[in-house]
Design a protein around this ligand. Structure first.
Ligand code: SAM
Ligand code: SF4
Length: 326
């Protein structure tokens, strides 16, 4: 099957699938007041609906699905969701992004269910600051979760760090941490969201600053795979770990876009910062709807814009990233 291709000849191998908006953390840049359910909230996708999304995208050339949220591990049926996606032969990689609070207990079980990669968010190596940023005093548990993921044999364990001004002082500590650990440390430039304008103005730091520092210290950039995420990857002969840099404000960032998103209520989002989602849910109710579902996904791609409009401060409908899964 040919991969999904848009009018700018970009190919889409990678789906980020949100399975819940719920989160138990209150990260200052994402959900500073914690998760608040709206009264008329629609139910999140069931395991069967998730399986149909995976089947449709798999048949349209998708090879990698990342489960995200909210906090995906808040779903009690999380292992069933992994196992259902695993049934789709086209999907070779099933990854998750997590705040890590259930990892220490569950990493091995999720690996057995079919998860192939884990990204853990960790914005500080200092327990007190971690607490300040996330609203949860869980630093020790999250660190134990990272160790458990390595012990469970995940070939890739990535650590997401949101790049903010205060981080410059902590860079040496983060680098020392990955000297002998096979982790990929990914610095994600803070993105402006509908609810986070003031926060962005105060904390945003361009990734360019960090990129120059890394190159000066002998880090070298490597080329990316077709279904890789948006990070520029750097390696260094003295370090077991790698560094990834995600710079959504960088010129040309959208040229290499290879991913689409489906929200926890079954809306297809062509861009993290796009407007209205395209509803797929009515076509997720029976296996017999697969061809109509695939056709809708294919036709929708014609609407994908060449780039986001973040530079003009247009954050689209992303109130915060817990909504369509960062
Ligand atoms: N709850 C999970 C977690 O935190 O890993 C998954 C969802 S979270 C929305 C996905 C990623 O988006 C996290 O690594 C988080 O740090 C990042 N994120 C959230 N808001 C962001 C923002 N405004 N700018 C950049 N990254 C953000
Ligand atoms: Fe929750 Fe993840 Fe958002 Fe933090 S970044 S509040 S853990 S969804």
């Amino acid at each position: 099957m040919l991969p999904l291709t848009d009018t700018y000849q970009r190919k889409f191998y990678y789906l980020r699938l949100s399975i819940t908006d719920v989160c138990n953390f209150r990260c200052t840049y994402c959900l500073p007041d914690g998760y608040r359910p709206s009264k008329d909230r629609e139910a999140f996708l069931s395991v069967e609906e998730v399986a149909r999304v995976a089947q449709a995208f798999g048949q349209l050339g998708t090879t990698k699905i990342r489960l995200t949220g909210g906090e995906p591990s808040m779903r009690r049926d999380f292992s069933d969701i992994i196992a259902a996606i695993r049934q789709q032969p086209a999907i070779q990689q099933i990854a998750m992004t997590t705040n890590g609070y259930r990892l220490a207990k569950e990493a091995a079980n999720w690996r057995t269910a079919g998860l192939t990669a884990v990204n853990v968010s960790l914005d500080s190596l200092d327990a007190r600051q971690f607490h300040q940023i996330t609203g949860q005093n869980k630093f020790t548990e999250v660190m134990a979760g990272i160790d458990a993921s390595l012990a469970a044999g995940f070939p890739v364990v990535k650590i997401n760090v949101v790049l903010m001004k205060h981080l410059t002082q902590q860079l040496p500590e983060f680098l020392a941490w990955i000297k002998d650990r096979p982790l990929q440390l990914r610095f994600i430039e803070l993105m402006e969201t509908g609810e986070g304008n003031d926060y962005f103005a105060k904390h945003h730091l361009s990734g360019e600053h960090l990129r120059r520092q890394l190159v000066d210290q002998g880090w070298q950039i490597v080329t990316r795979a077709a279904d890789a995420g948006p990070a520029q990857i750097f390696i260094h002969p003295d370090y077991l770990g790698q560094i990834g840099l995600i710079m959504p404000y960088d010129k040309g960032f959208c040229d290499s876009c290879n991913r689409l998103r489906v929200s926890a209520i079954g809306q297809l989002h062509l861009c993290l910062f796009g407007e209205q989602g395209i509803d797929l849910r009515d076509l997720l109710q029976a296996d017999a709807q697969q061809s109509a579902l695939q056709e809708r996904i294919q036709l929708s791609l014609a609407q994908k814009k060449q780039t986001h409009f973040l530079h003009q401060g247009m954050t689209g409908m992303a109130r915060n990233l817990s909504y369509i899964g960062g």
